[in-house]
Design a protein around this ligand. Structure first.
Ligand code: HXC
Length: 297
């Protein structure tokens, strides 16, 4: 499918994406590459990275794979340093690595809770922390001409409350908070823009396979009328928008890319019924306004 963006919007830029070897992370790496960027992808599994890098390179994209776990500061540091050593600079950091599983709050161990916060929230902060010196305007001799940019992948489940996702809700709420705080501090001090993307259910991803088992898929539209599966490309296009000059005045925002799903509520009355009922209720309240006894009318 042809891109709505010009193919050189990230020309000369270097992007580092955590969890970039598969799923949404890999699609973002591909689209960044197709729009001119060189990409470094970070992940825990070598064979996944190797195959992802081979696919990227076969499309003419400058790409390297770097093994590492965002939970380990030494890994984060090594991966950032290796990216800059290989490509000479770092302009874009995408914090996409995440952990998830469905579990009731009652059955979740504190270590399970901590594990997801460690990956999603602490991991995001650690990567930002290690990348800062290269994302800074002019920093240390190799930084981008203006400040670089960060995109944090979040979710919408903490906007309200979500069943069996207490750990991820807490983790993503913290990610959104990091996005805003870093946008304020690093935007002001270093001209670094920090934004987020909150995807809805995206087809063909580990997240969706884990969270929406086949057993409940057919029921989903009953209680989520706006339910529609997104594509990995939808998230990649939002990331391109935020990471490129198209988004140069956007800072501290998390863009929801879910087709409006988080606003979904079951329809409690059919449209025709509401027309009828509404008139009846109006008439009734005109005849007997609240607080005015019928005898006084
Ligand atoms: C209950 C579980 C569990 C489960 C793990 N734990 N799986 N508890 N139900 N299904 C508990 C363990 O018992 C343990 O606690 C603790 O979590 C750590 O588990 P480990 O297996 O030791 O952790 P680790 O090997 O580091 O694996 C981390 C992981 C795993 C998060 C558990 O799933 C993972 O690596 N995921 C990465 C890939 C992934 O999930 N991607 C999907 C992202 S989707 P105890 O107490 O026993 O020691 C996504 C979408 C977000 O982010 C929102 C969309 C709406």
């Amino acid at each position: 499918m042809e891109s709505p963006f010009k193919t050189d919007i990230l020309k000369g830029k270097v992007a580092l994406l955590t969890g970039g070897g598969s799923g949404i992370g890999f699609e973002m790496a591909t689209q960044f590459g197709k729009h001119g960027a060189s990409v470094a992808i970070m992940g825990r599994r070598k064979h996944i990275l190797d195959s992802a890098v081979a696919t990227l390179q076969s499309q003419g994209i400058q790409a390297i794979g770097l093994e590492g776990d965002v939970r380990k500061q030494e890994d984060a540091n090594r991966v950032v340093e290796s990216t800059v050593k290989h490509f000479g600079r770092l302009d874009i950091l995408v914090n996409n690595a995440a952990g998830n599983f469905l579990v009731s709050a009652e059955d979740l161990s504190p270590n399970g809770f901590r594990t997801v916060l460690d990956i999603d929230s602490v991991g995001t902060f650690t990567m930002c922390h290690e990348a800062l010196k290269y994302l800074k305007k002019g920093g240390p001799g190799k930084g981008p001409a203006s400040g670089g940019t960060i995109v944090n992948i979040s979710a919408t489940l903490h906007y309200t409350a979500s069943w069996y996702q207490i750990h991820v809700s807490a983790a993503k709420a913290a990610v959104d908070s990091l996005t805003r705080s870093l946008a304020l501090e690093w935007g002001t001090d270093y001209d670094i823009r920090v934004n987020g993307i909150a995807p809805g259910p995206i087809g063909d991803t580990v997240g969706t396979r884990k969270l929406i088992p086949d057993e409940i898929k057919s029921k989903t539209r009953e209680y989520m009328p706006l339910y529609k599966m997104g594509e990995k490309r939808d998230i990649a296009m939002a990331a391109l928008y935020l990471a490129s000059d198209a988004g140069k005045y956007i800072n501290g925002t998390t863009i929801v890319v879910d087709g409006g799903l988080w606003l979904s509520r079951p329809r409690h009355l059919p449209k025709e019924a509401v027309k009828e009922l509404s008139r009846v209720v109006e008439k009734r309240s005109r005849e007997a306004p609240i607080g005015v006894p019928k005898s006084k009318l």
